[in-house]
Write a protein that binds this ligand. Structure first.
Ligand code: DC
Length: 218
């Protein structure tokens, strides 16, 4: 069991989980942890180093000589790769296209999962990703799975002006061998297709009241 509370928010690409997790964390005074950013940061480093993301042994030998530091800055997770902040590069088309491939590598996952679990020792957190409720913190009683139709998710990415082959990523994320995207048995599922961010946050808060984490007057 982690020494702090973890609210797990999982779901497919562009389901709205990042916005929801950030707003929820702010309302609760918890740290917002974006685990997709960790897989993206490693992918950026792989590409920037000229390594083929599909070449698992080359990726792993690069990682063996890479320092990954995860911390908290302004109530949000922050990552440094060999001392460099990769944030401006994380949603590039190249990273979008390669991140699910890098995320299939089991040893990459175990290294990042260890860093994610370390947040559970630092602070109460709202942590979003693909496998937080199913694999990273399976013991947390606070699990949510946010979904939306493929059409709505594609529209959201287009509105953000981002190129992202979400159906391709969905397929890779759901069929990989190590901790694929699944709905944890005890997760509360929310379809955000026709909901605003505040609407989804409201539903989560309602659920957290029922579970006794928050007082009814919250
Ligand atoms: O949430 P996101 O779209 O930024 O995540 C980018 C990719 O990282 C996603 O396609 C799969 C991978 N990922 C993962 O495998 N496990 C997580 N907990 C978070 C992300």
């Amino acid at each position: 069991m982690p020494s702090h509370l973890i609210i797990a928010i999982d779901g497919p690409a562009a389901s709205g989980k990042s916005s929801v997790a950030r707003v929820l964390a702010r309302r609760l005074g918890y740290v917002y942890v974006n685990t997709g950013a960790m897989y993206r940061a490693v992918t950026w480093h792989v590409l920037a180093s000229g390594v083929d993301p599909a070449d698992q042994s080359a990726v792993l030998s690069l990682l063996a000589s890479t320092t990954i530091e995860c911390d908290i800055a302004g109530h949000e997770s922050a990552i440094l790769i060999n001392g460099v902040d990769p944030t401006p590069n994380l949603v590039s088309e190249a990273v979008n296209g390669a991140v699910s491939t890098v995320a299939t590598i089991s040893q990459v996952r175990s290294q990042l999962v260890a860093l994610q679990r370390a947040y559970g020792e630092k602070s109460n957190s709202v942590m979003e990703g693909r496998d937080i409720g199913s694999a990273v913190f399976p013991e947390t009683p606070y699990k949510f799975y946010i979904d939306a139709s493929v059409e709505v998710r594609a529209q959201r990415r287009a509105k953000q002006g981002l190129q992202d082959s979400i159906t391709q990523r969905d397929k890779l994320d759901s069929t990989r061998r190590t901790s694929p995207l699944v709905i944890a048995e005890d997760a509360h599922v929310i379809d955000s297709s026709h909901l605003t961010v505040d609407g989804v946050v409201g539903e989560i808060i309602g659920r957290l009241k029922i579970k006794g984490l928050l007082p009814t007057e919250f």
